[in-house]
Design a protein around this ligand. Sequence first.
Ligand code: KIV
Ligand code: NA
Length: 264
Amino acid sequence: PIRRLTVPQIAARKGAEPIVALTASHVQFARILDAHCDVLLVGDSLGMVSHGFETTLPVSLELMIAHGAAVVRGTARALVVVDMPFGSYEESPQVAFRSAARIMAETGCQAVKLEGGARMAETIAFLTARGIPVMAHIGLTPQSSNTMGGFKTQGREADSWPLHHADAAAVAEAGAFSVVLEGMVEPLAAEVSAACPIPTIGIGASAACDGQILVMEDMLGLGDWAPKFVRKFADLRGEVDRAAGAYAAEVRARSFPAEDETYR
Ligand code: KIV
Ligand code: NA
């Protein structure tokens, strides 16, 4: 039987083989990605990408659990990490534990991810000590877009660098097994990755990280817009548009279904 990658195996990738990660939220895509990725993240970006919310803030625990369970059912090899949604963990380590325990028990995932550095260190330590592996997420943290004043690249002013370093050190010290660096200028991401004892997984944070993650729909070219750091490895938007157009034309021409697509 194929064994899943484990949290210690991912943590051991520091300074070794790059960690390949993508987001996933639907079972059929998860089945395809599983063969290629070390980590599949059920990210709360699914609220924007799959449900049309303007931010990730309206995403509920129930929604994350529904998508997380689907991704776990569709995979056998990748380590599955599920995002803790806004409002489910910030209040206290105890509240975070209850939410994370539901996510772990009801989806079968191997770890959770939460946003925040030094301010979440106590919670990360609390969860880790109780059997819940935590992936941290620092730099641009979309759940705090209201306090940050939007989605802004981090580290453009060097006076912010000590804070980012302190965040990375705090989450590693607290026991996180890896940390997402989002939206960081390369020199900062490179310094943080070099100094941080756990693997850094970058999104818009340069090639200096120990791994990379992208939102699947972005890298497949499904969205109408994507940030500069996204490379479109496919044009699914074009392909789906072409297929839907071809289907519409065949139905209107009554050439679909054909003879061999019909029960006799
Ligand atoms: O929700 C998400 O997709 C994420 C990744 C961008 C890391 O948190
Ligand atoms: Na997220």
